[in-house]
Every structure is written in C-alpha cells, then in structure tokens.
Design a protein around this ligand. Structure first.
Ligand code: ATP
Ligand code: MG
Length: 181
C-alpha cells in the first residue's frame, strides 16, 4: 500500500484545508520547530484508526481539532482524508486500486469513518490497514521519541510490533471476533 495523498481540515495546526501529494520516491518535510511536521505524521496515524489520545499528544481525542489562537476561533470538527494505492490480489499478477479513507471527528459526537464513500466502523478501517501490513501502530511510522520506547519495550510489546510488521495483526482481531461468537 502506498500513500498518494493526504488532505487535512481543522486537524491540529492545519486549520485551513491543506492537501499534500506524496509522489513515488523519498519525500522530506522540513520546517522550523512547531510548524506541524509531527502533526502530519499524526494525521496519517489518526486516519488509520489511532484510538489513543495520548499517542496523539492530547488528553482527549477532541484535542486533535484546531483549538483556536488569539486571532482565530476554534473549529468544531477535524477531518483527514488519505488516498492510498492498494494492491488487490486476483490470483494472477494482482492489480492496483485507489482506496480513500476519511476520518472525521466532531465536538461531542466522536469519530466517523468512510472508506471509498461508504460509512464503515473503526474496526473495518484497522482491518483494511492491518491486512496491508500497515496501520496506526505500524513500525513503519516512527514518531519522535519512539526509538527509545522500542529499546525499553517489554518482550510482549516487542512481539506486538513484530506481528504488526509481519502483517498478522488482522488475524488476531478476526480470531478474537470468532471466539466471541
Ligand atoms: P519540532 O521540529 O519541534 O518537532 P514540529 O514541526 O514537529 O516541531 P508539531 O509538533 O507537529 O511541530 O506542531 C506543533 C504545533 O501544533 C504547536 O504550535 C501546537 O500549538 C500546534 N497544535 C497542536 N494541536 C493543536 C490544536 N488542536 N489546535 C491548534 N494548534 C495545535
Ligand atoms: Mg516534531
């Protein structure tokens, strides 16, 4: 799965709609401290279903909504749309298909997800990304301070990281589901 485009509206410091096209190859994002580089990585994790406000550097999930400044009022919602090229196996060579996932949070109303225009559950989103061996907890997304956290991780936590890297996290979710039925 390859991320092609990211659109942010009212997400953290991105108060005005911002659209980023991510081309093939290496992309670097540079800017002064506090300009929003980490916020962009958090937007990718968030649209993939991140459920921990703490790992978004907030106290509650609504903290991702633009909080306002002395000159700009706060917003009532935040939205992130991610377009990715997804490999679709078809028994032969497989093909590539665009997948658009949108997450939106409104004050007092929580998060809602859409995948290719359809309303879906948070769990569906995490399965889509887990099956593509990526997602909000993918070891491919390395946040500031994450390296020291990996070094200090307990064996069980490290196992979880390895399972995510191996792309088998989705299987655990499905097994848990089946056991409950
Ligand atoms: P550094 O180089 O120091 O790592 P950075 O480019 O990664 O900086 P970020 O941490 O992404 O910067 O951005 C931090 C900025 O985002 C701060 O100015 C902070 O006030 C702003 N910010 C975070 N959440 C919100 C919010 N909900 N509303 C408005 N601004 C926010
Ligand atoms: Mg940063």
């Amino acid at each position: 799965m390859q991320i092609k485009r990211l659109k942010l509206t009212g997400f953290k410091s991105f108060v005005e709609p911002a659209e980023l096209h991510i081309l093939k190859g290496l992309t670097g994002i540079v800017g002064p401290n506090g300009c929003g580089k980490s916020n962009l990585l958090e937007a990718i994790r968030w649209v993939m279903g991140e459920s921990s406000p703490k790992s978004m550097r907030g106290g509650g999930m609504e903290d991702v909504i633009f909080a306002g400044t002395s000159t700009r009022p706060a917003r009532n919602f935040a939205e992130v749309a991610l377009t990715a090229e997804q490999y679709v196996p078809d028994g032969k060579d497989g093909s590539a298909e665009d997948l658009e996932v949108i997450r939106r949070i409104e004050r007092g109303a929580g998060s809602a997800y859409r995948a290719n225009g359809r309303d879906v559950r948070a769990k569906d989103i995490s399965l889509i990304f887990a099956d593509a061996a990526t997602g909000a907890h993918s070891p491919a997304l390395v946040s500031q301070g994450k390296i020291s956290a990996i070094i200090a991780a307990k064996p069980a936590e490290r196992r979880q990281m390895l399972e995510e890297a191996a792309g088998i996290s989705g299987l655990h979710v499905r097994r848990k589901d089946a056991e409950q039925k």
